[in-house]
Ligand binder design. Structure first.
Ligand code: KMH
Ligand code: ZN
Length: 272
């Protein structure tokens, strides 16, 4: 049976410690949290970073200090580090691409524009072509972020244009206010709409995180959890840490007889 890849989205760009006291912000906090997540079964760290003031940043130097801290904390069991190229809402593509010269193993590839709460998260076709070219240049494996049903069609359009090539690692990010909600029907629809030669995972936002994760497990998909997507462990109970959310997935997988991929195995599966 296929091994389960768990991604931990540990920080994101939208939260602060006032809303989520457990949120790792500094390179040291992010590295400690990444290590705990890897020990709990995560093999991919989806990474956003902050500047000295704790604000979201796409500056190369901020990514570098966090990556260096993670690499030195996780010696002997290095996760795949996946840079966010989405950044914070409103950031332009040139800035979003700046840290890619650090050549992380993976980077997110947002497949279209959506309403993001009251704001707009813009990913035009021109943006996507620019991103694809930067990833190709640096030999970085993309993870295709799908927030809405039409984003699968956008992926197919980019395939037709030969802008991107197989295999396609897709992440359904469901439940963003302004995009597709996290119903099981939506997950089933998306999973059967993907192009051939795709793998997929699901990141449920907020209350969708756990039910979508459980369904994905049974469907042979991968799972992303973490404070970027969901700050609660249960209704009204804030999560203590990202690792707590990862550990729950690890336990559920164990009960179902599903093996969790190690970081080395995930690297092989994802071809990084
Ligand atoms: N912060 C969101 C607006 C990504 O990492 O590529 C976008 C995001 C996607 O988190
Ligand atoms: Zn992100």
């Amino acid at each position: 049976m296929k091994k389960l890849i768990i991604t931990a989205a540990i920080t994101g760009a939208e939260l602060d410690k006032a809303k989520c006291p457990a949120l790792p912000i500094t390179p040291e906090e992010q590295a400690d949290e990444a290590k705990r997540c890897v020990e709990a079964g995560a093999s991919v760290i989806h990474l956003h970073v902050r500047d000295e003031k704790g604000n979201p940043s796409q500056e190369l130097k901020c990514f570098k200090s966090t990556v260096d801290a993670i690499r030195s904390k996780c010696q002997g069991n290095q996760p795949i580090i996946q840079f966010s190229t989405g950044g914070a809402v409103g950031e332009l593509m040139d800035k979003r691409l700046a840290p890619l010269t650090l050549k992380p193993e993976m980077a997110s590839f947002n497949l279209g524009s959506i309403n993001f709460g009251e704001e707009l998260f813009v990913n035009s076709f021109a943006d996507m072509r620019q991103l694809a070219s930067a990833l190709r240049q640096q030999k970085i494996v993309p993870e295709f972020e799908i927030y809405d049903a039409g984003h699968v069609d956008n992926l197919k359009k980019l395939i037709q244009e030969k802008i991107v090539s197989a295999p396609y690692h897709c992440q359904f990010v469901l439940g963003v206010p302004g995009a597709l909600s996290g119903s099981i029907d939506n997950l089933l629809f998306l999973a059967r709409s993907l192009p051939a030669d795709s793998t997929w995972g699901v990141a449920g936002v907020g209350r969708y995180e756990l039910p979508l994760a459980v369904h994905a497990m049974l469907m042979g998909g991968n799972i992303r959890v973490g404070l970027e997507d969901n700050i609660y462990y249960a209704k009204g109970q804030l999560a203590d840490s990202n690792a707590q959310l990862v550990m729950r997935i690890q336990r559920l997988a164990l009960e179902l007889g599903i093996e969790v991929a190690s970081a080395a195995e995930a690297k092989q599966i994802l071809g990084v």
